[in-house]
Write a protein that binds this ligand. Structure first.
Ligand SMILES: Cc1cc2nc3c(=O)[nH]c(=O)nc-3n(C[C@H](O)[C@H](O)[C@H](O)COP(=O)(O)OP(=O)(O)OC[C@H]3O[C@@H](n4cnc5c(N)ncnc54)[C@H](O)[C@@H]3O)c2cc1C
Length: 327
C-alpha cells in the first residue's frame, strides 16, 4: 500500500497509542492524531496545586503476559508501581470491611504519563478530526480521506459514539459495528489541609448510594500521603447532570463527606465530566478492520473494558493492519 498515504490513528488514549506503536515498530508509516493538549485520553491526570491527581481511570490491573511485560518495563523505570490489592466496601452507608482482589497498579506521575511514555518516538499531531470519507477514484489508490487528506487506512481509537459521528454514511460496515452507547461518570477531586480518614485507606467501593460508586485516596495512590480524594458518580447521577455538570459539584461534595464521615469541607474541589466513560456492553472481538480500510479499537473492543483491554485491543488491530498492509 506504499504511495497510498500513511495510516492515521485517531485517538491518543492507550489503545490508539498501542496501535500506532505496533504499526511503527513494524515499519509502517503512521501518524497519531489527538484533539487533546496531552495524550492519555481517559487515563487522565490534572495538576492541582503543584500535584498530579488522576481524574479518569483510577488504576489498572495486569493479566495478559504481553501487557505484563510492558508494565514490568514501566515498573523498572519507576513509572508504574503496584498500589494495593485491598479496598474497603461501603454497603448502604455502612463500612462493611475490606475486600481483597487483584493487584492494582498506579503511576507516580499519573496514569497519563504511561501513555505518553508508550508514545515516545511516534509521529504525533494535535488535531481534532471532523470526518472520514471514502476517497473515490483518482487519488493514487488512497482508500479514505481523513479531513480531506488521503490515507491508506484509518484507525478510530475512541468510544463508539465519538467514532461513529466521524464516519461518512457510506462507510457502513464500521458504522454498524459501532453500536455501544457508553455510560457517563462525573469525577470529583477534593483536597483537605490534612487527612480526616483512616491512614491505611486506599479506596472504597460504594454500593447502594444514589450519588457515588467509588472513592480513591489519591495520596495513597500517588504515594505522597496528600489529603486528596477522588470520587466517581454513578451513571444515573451523571446522566442527570451532563448538560450542567457544575451543579453536581455541591451534591457530590456532600455525598463524599457523608460516605467518608468527614465533618470539614474540602479546601478545594474540581469536577470532571466524562460523557463517554465506560462501554455499556462488552465484546469478545478485540477490534474491527473492514474492506473500506477502517479499523476500530479501544476498551469497547474487549471482554474486560478497562486499561489492559484497551491496550490489547490496540495491539491486536495494529498487528492485523500490519498483516493487511503486507498482503
Ligand atoms: C472515570 C473513569 C474511571 C475509570 N476507572 C478505571 C479503572 O480503575 N481501571 C481501568 O482499568 N480502567 C478504568 N477506566 C477505563 C479506562 O480509562 C479506559 O478503558 C481506557 O483508558 C480507554 O482507552 P482508549 O484508548 O480506548 O480510549 P480513550 O482513553 O477515551 O482515548 C480516546 C482518545 O480519542 C481522542 N479523540 C476523540 N475524538 C477525537 C477526534 N475527533 N479527533 C481527535 N482525537 C479524538 C480523545 O481525545 C482521547 O484521547 C475508567 C474510565 C473512566 C472515565
Amino acid at each position: 500500500m506504499g504511495g497510498m498515504g500513511p495510516v492515521v490513528v485517531v485517538g491518543g488514549g492507550i489503545s490508539g497509542v498501542a496501535c500506532a506503536r505496533t504499526l511503527a515498530d513494524a515499519g509502517v508509516d503512521v501518524e497519531l492524531l489527538d484533539r487533546g493538549h496531552r495524550l492519555g485520553g481517559r487515563m487522565a491526570a490534572r495538576s492541582v496545586q503543584g500535584r498530579v491527581v488522576d481524574t479518569g481511570a483510577s488504576y489498572f490491573t495486569v493479566g495478559d503476559h504481553a501487557f505484563a511485560a510492558v508494565v514490568e518495563d514501566w515498573a523498572t523505570r519507576g513509572l508504574a508501581r503496584p498500589w494495593t490489592d485491598t479496598f474497603e466496601v461501603v454497603e448502604d452507608g455502612r463500612w462493611a470491611g475490606p475486600k481483597q482482589g487483584a493487584d492494582r497498579w498506579s503511576a507516580p506521575g499519573g496514569l497519563r504519563s504511561l501513555v505518553e511514555d508508550l508514545a515516545r518516538g511516534l509521529q504525533v499531531r494535535r488535531h481534532t478530526v471532523g470526518s472520514v470519507v471514502p476517497a473515490g477514484p483518482g487519488l493514487a489508490g488512497a482508500r479514505l480521506l481523513v479531513d480531506d487528506r488521503p490515507v491508506a487506512a484509518v484507525v478510530l481509537a475512541m468510544p463508539d459514539p465519538q467514532a461513529r459521528r466521524l464516519l461518512d454514511p457510506a462507510l457502513e460496515a464500521a458504522r454498524e459495528a459501532l453500536d455501544d452507547p457508553f455510560a457517563p461518570v462525573l469525577a470529583l477531586s477534593a483536597g483537605w489541609e490534612r487527612r480526616h480518614w483512616a491512614p491505611d485507606l486506599h479506596g472504597a467501593f460504594v454500593n447502594g448510594d444514589d450519588v457515588l460508586t467509588w472513592v480513591a485516596d489519591d495520596g495513597s495512590r500517588r504515594g505522597d500521603g496528600s489529603a486528596v480524594l477522588v470520587a466517581h458518580s454513578g451513571a444515573a447521577f451523571a446522566g442527570r447532570h451532563l448538560q450542567a455538570p457544575e451543579a453536581a459539584e455541591e451534591p457530590m461534595t456532600q455525598a463524599l463527606m457523608r460516605v467518608m464521615g468527614i465533618a470539614h469541607p474540602p479546601a478545594w474541589t474540581h469536577l470532571h465530566r466524562w460523557t463517554f466513560a465506560h462501554p455499556a456492553g462488552t465484546r469478545e472481538r478485540t477490534h474491527h478492520l473492514d474492506d473500506d480500510g477502517v479499523g476500530l479499537c479501544g476498551d469497547g473492543w474487549s471482554a474486560r473494558p478497562r486499561v489492559e483491554g484497551a491496550y490489547l485491543s490496540g495491539v491486536a488491530l495494529g498487528s492485523a493492519l500490519v498483516s493487511r498492509l503486507a498482503g
